[in-house]
Structure formats: C-alpha cells, structure tokens
Unconditional design. Structure first.
Length: 200
C-alpha cells in the first residue's frame, strides 16, 4: 500500500509540474525515487475548483504502462491543458484549484452469467468501472459515484454514457465491464495539506 507520505509527494509533484508548465513552459525532470513510486501503475490526476469543487480537468491512464512518478507528471500536464472538456487552466486559476492524484490497481474483467448480476459484483466506494464495447470505452473513477450519490445501477449506466453508448448498454451480452480500485490523495485547500480521501 501507498503511505500518506507517498501521496503527499505525488500530489505536490503534480502541482509543481502544472505550475512549472504554466509559468515557465517547461516540463520538470523526473525526480529520483525508489520503491513503489518507480513501479508501473495506472494513475489519474484530477483538478477541482475551490471551494466549489467543480471538475476542472481529469486525465489518466488505467494500464500499468509507466512508472508511477512518470505517469503523474504526464497526467498532471494533460489534466491541466489537454482535457477536451475544458479550456486550458490559466496561471491565475492555480491558487483556486485542488489537485488530486488517484493510484489505480490493474483492471479485472467482471465475469458473470447474466448482466443482471453486475450490480452484485461491484461496490460503491471501492470500485471504479470501465465499460468496453467494440471501439467504445469509458471509465469512471471510484470516487465519482460516491460524490454523485449514485446507486450501483446508476454507476453502470453513467459509465456506459461515458463510453459514448446508451445508458443500458451494460445489459448487452457484447459489453465487457471491468473493475479496479483506487487510492485517492487530495489537497484540502489549494497547495495545502494532503490527505487520503476516504470514499466509503
């Protein structure tokens, strides 16, 4: 497991990465780290406005393709300036933005005999979901249904919508659904103390 010290390091790294990119136009060098921070794992960086907590950017990769520290730097920049849902973050916004880092476990295919069994195989506050059908793919992090007050069925439907599919696509036998878990570290205030976000 990752410690609060690991989480604090990653969140501060993400903020420093974004601020350096916005103010200096450069990408910071990857810092020397050891242990778990060098292991390959999925990671997402999420930006929220403070104190409203409206989403301002969220980009990540689910597959364990990059060392965690490298992925954090890359996703931090992407969340700030490459999320197609939002205009790029400006320099002046950073003093009103919360930075959040979610470390992901590898996704596991949910094996069921009937799509009606999907709700019994996921847990709100623990699982994130990936819906995949053909070329369509959508992902929602574990914290999303908690913050949105969704039921398991709502969570499945919204992940289908995120994939660009109909909300009831999880009933389709051709749809594959994966689950994963995430450890979330977030600033309490912009640039402030980093805490582990409890989802349950």
């Amino acid at each position: 497991m990752y410690t609060i010290e690991d989480g604090t390091f990653l969140v501060k790294l993400a903020r420093r990465t974004i601020e350096t990119y916005l103010f200096e136009g450069t990408v910071i060098p990857v810092p020397e780290v050891s242990g778990k921070l060098k292991e390959k794992t999925g990671v997402f960086v999420t930006l929220e406005t403070y104190p409203e907590k409206n989403l301002r950017g969220c980009i990540g990769h689910i597959e364990p393709s990059y060392p965690l520290v490298d992925g954090t730097i890359e996703m931090a920049i992407s969340a700030a300036v490459k999320d197609p849902r939002f205009p790029p973050v400006t320099q002046g916004e950073m003093e009103k933005i919360i930075v959040e880092v979610t470390i992901l476990t590898p996704p596991v295919l949910i094996k069921i005999k009937s799509p009606k069994e999907y709700p019994d195989n996921i847990e709100i506050g623990r699982d994130g979901l990936i819906v995949e059908k053909g070329f369509y793919r959508g992902l929602l992090l574990p914290q999303v249904p908690v913050e949105s007050g969704w039921s398991k069925e709502d969570f499945l439907s919204h992940t289908c919508i995120k994939a660009g599919l109909m909300a009831d696509c999880w009933f389709d036998e051709d749809t594959k659904i994966y689950k994963f878990s995430g450890l979330v570290f977030t600033e309490e205030t912009p640039g402030g103390k980093v805490v582990e976000k409890r989802l349950k």
